[in-house]
Design a protein around this ligand. Structure first.
Ligand code: NDP
Length: 394
């Protein structure tokens, strides 16, 4: 079921009949068809197929196949028309299952420029390939939603942003948490003063990397991972912290590495890092990321009159929040599901592309985060020195 109470079957069926009839329109929706108005764009009602933004998915890996591709079936403004993969058999199999019949590989990729059946490109490749394929897609005249982290360096991020400007196309970074109803609910509570003025935030994003598992293996290389635990998983804590603080920028950053000594997994990238940020008003944030502990994904927001503990904080679903106040018992808060975040992100980017207006999490946000991670690494390389951020990063 989606958040509108429609089952996936209803939605899929609805796509086929949207132009012909209204059998799957929920009775409770405010539908203006009696006045003869078009349905497309009415909240809660999927666009007919011919009005949807057409997407190519690049890289048919773990995350794309398990989470993003299925989410297109729940989207209202998007559909997949093409797969780009180095594995033709996998692409054909997925094509048969998802009704996709246009295929490209990494050599033929630039031919998407001549394919009018593609409006948007979703890049789900290893990080070290994000910049190259994003820029190629932008040069082909397509809008691009690129997975996080945006790229391996801030220089690459800048080149991607410049390519989007030159092509007059939108570039978004796939920070799904900004489309997550749970995190949106918590951010609203913080902004509305549920815990008083925020004093500090503490985040942790760890898992134990397994070099025998292909999606972890490339994450342990500098060329494809870009960086280590901070790049891949710590970025959720960093980006989530700034989201909860209303996208304020810190004054300075410091950090130390926590890589286990002698662990052969971490010859190229860091196995862990602890960072701190200070903000102009005295608010502080600190976070940990590690590829060398059991899984954890949590956020503690300390306010003057209470605290919010999110654990897990930004998982795919089943995130949990507890509110603690001095005069009341520790209470789990009733929260909404995080599952709509995937289709929500796809639809958000589709609407941005259709209007050619910036996505909620644009390339500039990706650049900000990679620049902050570079400052974190600079500090850790210097044994924890405080790095004052330049106005360009602020
Ligand atoms: P996978 O390794 O499972 O998928 C990457 C895919 O990229 C491969 O399956 C392959 O697809 C393609 N590819 C092309 N060249 C290479 C290469 N040299 N080495 C490896 N793969 C290659 O990784 P994930 O799905 O875990 O991650 C993909 C992206 O998604 C990353 O950017 C990651 O950060 C992001 N991600 C985002 C998450 C989120 O919550 N937003 C969660 C997890 C990952 P093919 O065989 O089709 O060519």
């Amino acid at each position: 079921m989606n958040d509108k109470g429609l089952s996936r079957r209803d939605l899929v069926a609805g796509l086929g009949i949207a132009a012909a009839g209204l059998a799957t329109v929920p009775a409770r929706a405010a539908v203006p068809q009696a006045a003869g108005q078009p349905l497309a764009g009415v909240e809660g009602i999927p666009d007919p197929l011919d009005r949807r933004l057409r997407w190519a998915v690049v890289g048919l890996g773990n995350f794309a196949v398990a989470h993003m591709i299925p989410a297109f079936l729940q989207s209202q403004h998007a559909r997949i028309t093409a797969f780009v993969s180095g594995d033709p058999a996998k692409a054909a199999d997925l094509g048969a299952r998802f009704g996709v019949s246009r295929f490209y590989d990494y050599k033929t990729f630039d031919a998407i420029a001549r394919d009018p059946q593609i409006d948007c490109v979703y890049i789900a490749l290893p990080v070290g390939l994000h910049a190259e394929y994003t820029i190629r897609a932008l040069k082909a005249g397509k809008h691009v939603l690129c997975e996080k982290p945006m790229a391996s360096t801030s220089a690459e991020c800048r080149a991607m942003i410049a390519a989007a400007k030159a092509a007059n196309r939108q570039l978004g970074v796939a920070y799904r948490v900004h489309f997550d109803p749970f995190n949106q609910q918590l951010a609203r509570m913080v902004a509305d003063g549920a815990i008083g003025a925020v004093r500090y935030i503490n985040v942790d994003n760890n898992f134990d990397a397994n070099p025998a598992f292909p999606p972890h293996a490339w994450r342990l290389t500098k060329a494809l991972g870009g960086g280590g635990s901070m790049f891949d998983y710590g970025i959720y804590g960093l980006n989530g912290t700034l989201m909860m603080l209303g996208e304020r920028m810190p004054l300075d950053v410091s950090a130390i590495y926590t890589t286990p000594a002698g662990d052969p997994r971490f010859a190229e990238v860091e196995g862990g890092v602890l960072w701190r940020m200070r903000f102009a008003d005295g608010v502080t944030a600190q976070g940990g990321s590690s590829y060398a502990t059991a899984h954890v994904n949590r956020q503690l927001i300390m306010g003057r009159t209470g605290s919010l503990a999110l654990d897990p904080a930004n998982g795919y679903d089943h995130n949990v929040a507890r509110l603690r106040k001095p005069d009341s018992p520790d209470a789990a808060i009733e929260t909404v599901s995080s599952l709509p975040q995937f289709a929500g992100q796809i639809d958000g980017f589709s609407l941005a592309a259709r209007a050619n207006t910036p996505h909620r999490t644009p390339g500039e946000m990706g650049l900000r985060d990679i620049s902050l991670i570079e400052a974190i690494y600079r500090s850790a390389d210097a044994g924890g020195a405080i790095i004052t951020l330049q106005p360009a990063n602020a």
